[in-house]
Design a protein around this ligand. Sequence first.
Ligand SMILES: C[S@@+](CC[C@H](N)C(=O)[O-])C[C@H]1O[C@@H](n2cnc3c(N)ncnc32)[C@H](O)[C@@H]1O
Length: 203
Amino acid sequence: MRALDRDVIGQAHRPRGAAGRVTAWEMALRPSNRQRNHWVVELLGVRPADRVLEVGFGPGVAIAALARAGAAHVCGVEHSEVMLRHAAKRNAAAIRAGRVTLVRASAVQLPAAVDGPFDVILAVNALGFWPAPAERLADLGRRLADGGRIAIVSQPRCPGATASTSRQAAAEIEKQMVEAGLTPVGTETLPLDPPAVCVLATR
Ligand SMILES: C[S@@+](CC[C@H](N)C(=O)[O-])C[C@H]1O[C@@H](n2cnc3c(N)ncnc32)[C@H](O)[C@@H]1O
């Protein structure tokens, strides 16, 4: 793997330093990133009483859309300090109003502050970075309220990715959900290049 490719992947995994700040702005401004984040929030049809958890929120585009959609409370978990600061600026008013809480932590060890239960849990282009994804999904499943929904979005970013790569990603997520004891209820596709897929499940 070329050093540049390694650096790009490393920054997506945990953006840090000056390059991380640029990555945060790029992620926030890139039209397809924005589209897939707004799309999943629409798909989820958030209701006013909903308590929502997003893991790996990056620059916080979906967090902002969830708060605007009227969720009762949105909790976000992200392990990158650079991303946390960026998302906190984007969501400053909602944080002040007590409608959004952003926590610096890893999906691998979620703190007690994010015990839930949550009506909606989502992760957008984040699950692929987590070690033992099925274990992470099982952990998230335990934090779902009765009747709660979980949405895992993937838009493959590997060079040469096509619609077939997206379909494979959806199949892999569905398999990991089943391993985690979740019940997949459907997959939606957003026709980007390559497509974004959203696999939805309940407990
Ligand atoms: C490709 S970015 C996607 C960001 C955002 N969800 C979006 O679609 O714009 C992946 C994000 O997941 C975060 N992340 C990766 N592994 C994580 C972990 N173990 N715990 C918490 N966040 C993690 C990274 O820091 C990064 O901000």
